[in-house]
Write a protein that binds this ligand. Structure first.
Ligand code: SAJ
Length: 413
């Protein structure tokens, strides 16, 4: 397993738990040490026990450099570069890492979210450095090395159960490649394992996340419209969703995470002229944090005038969604950072039960304090709910009395 992150580590542990011998490779020496102690470096329900069991059984060990294997699974990040272009540098690096160890009969699986055509590119990169081996050149080829694209589709917060439960799409560069990938995944997946070609599998992954992004954008746009028309968007959505064929998602402070906020751009980048709706959805969701900031500043200014003193604003949550510790691409983080930068003269408190210290981007702001929830509830004039963590949703509503509340998640309705 190349990459022991949010996808690689749980997948490695699940593979080990069903009896495969798994070598986990990671560039980060800390991750290697932590995993070899049977511990985890990410917060994810049930992952700690799974990894502990896998390491104790001797079926999972972590290393810094790749070793020979029968199957190589690549689960490394694929972020975007300036201008929303896919950055495949980590996949290229993974190819360089495994190339010297390849032997005839090996299977290589790419799991990282990737633009259409990446698996073919991966075959090309490997072929260039291993001219002694044959790689798939078309659906009819019979290469020494098989390659398939098998996207992960697990939800952070439910990774361990969804890894086993969800259907999987196995996209081979040849039919044999897909078939071999299916056999491997069928050893631990209880959902259906469906074969297709690599390009369709790559596009399937992007489509799933673009679908969700477009639907969240619809909800976010409704929230702006309702604000102008003085309608409660949460009540509106609940009512509209009583129609048997309407299922509107939830508005929020924006869309975060390393998937939904990123992947649709891979489609736009590949087919810019015809991906109009997908691009607009991204723009709508990306513009929501600015709207929340403007609302907060406006509310704080009005409160300061009314009270005739500086006021205290508490932002609840930094993670990109509820009940996880992941701050990547988080709209909440962006909102707090920009509020801190604006230095409105108000005291700014942050509550995030899943982190012990402020992330680097926020630590530089002297007037920003990470505090416990009870401190924020007693000190704040304005509460901005950014993440619907269970700790926030379940607070006694009496604690909100005499506070101005900006509830971006509709959690306190
Ligand atoms: N969000 C809303 N309103 C909603 C739902 C989500 O504002 O109604 C926001 C969340 O707060 C968060 C962002 O969207 O900021 C994304 O959260 P999410 O729970 O929708 O998705 P992720 O990014 O945690 O995981 C997604 C999943 N994809 C789909 O549901 C189609 C997951 O299955 C994928 O495996 C994952 O992306 C991935 O790795 O690609």
């Amino acid at each position: 397993m190349i990459g022991l992150g949010y996808i690689g580590l749980p997948t490695a542990a699940v593979l080990a738990s069903v009896g495969h011998d798994v070598i986990g490779v990671d560039v980060n020496p800390n991750v290697v040490q932590i995993v070899n102690r049977g511990e985890v470096h990410i917060v994810e329900p049930d992952l700690d026990g799974l990894v502990r069991g896998a390491v104790l059984s001797g079926r999972l060990r972590a290393v810094h450099a790749a070793e020979p294997a029968d199957t190589f699974i690549i689960a490394v990040p694929t972020p975007f570069k300036n201008g929303h272009q896919p950055d495949l540098a980590y996949v290229e690096e993974a190819a360089r890492t495994i190339a010297p160890h390849l032997k005839s009969g090996n299977l290589i699986i790419l799991e990282s979210t990737s633009p259409v055509g990446t698996t073919e590119k991966l075959a090309g990169w490997l072929a260039a450095v291993r001219p002694d081996l044959t790689f798939p050149t078309g659906p009819q080829s019979k290469p020494d090395i098989n390659l398939a694209y098998c996207p992960e589709r697990v939800l952070p917060g439910s990774i361990v159960s969804e890894l086993v439960k969800n259907d999987r799409v196995l996209g081979g560069l040849t039919q044999r490649c897909a078939e071999r990938a299916r056999h491997l995944y069928e050893s631990f997946v209880r959902g259906k394992c469906i074969e297709t070609d690599a390009r369709t599998a790559e596009m399937t992954k992007l489509t799933e996340n673009a679908f969700r992004d477009v639907n969240i954008a619809f909800a976010n746009e409704l929230s702006l419209i309702c604000d102008e028309l003085d309608i409660d968007v949460w009540e509106l959505i609940a009512l509209a969703n009583r129609h048997p064929r309407v299922q509107i998602l939830n508005p929020g402070p924006g869309v975060g995470g390393h998937c939904i906020a990123v992947d649709p751009w891979f489609i736009v980048d590949s087919a810019p002229d015809v991906s109009r709706l997908i691009r607009t959805a991204r723009e709508v969701n990306d513009s929501k944090p600015a709207w929340v900031i403007a609302k907060t500043v406006e509310t704080a200014d009005a409160a300061r005038q009314l009270l005739g003193r500086d006021i205290v604003v508490a932002c609840l949550g930094l993670a990109f969604k509820a009940n996880i510790d992941d701050l990547r691409e988080s709209p909440a983080l962006e909102i707090v950072e920009r509020l801190a930068r604006q230095q409105t003269g108000n005291r700014l408190l942050v509550v995030e039960p899943y982190v012990d210290e402020l992330p680097l981007a926020l630590a530089a702001h002297a007037h920003l304090e990470l505090v416990d929830l009870d401190v924020a509830l007693s000190a704040a004039d304005i509460l901005v709910l950014l993440v619907d963590h269970v700790q926030f949703v379940s607070i006694d509503r009496g604690a909100l009395k005499n506070k101005v509340v900006i509830d971006t998640r509709g959690a306190w309705r």
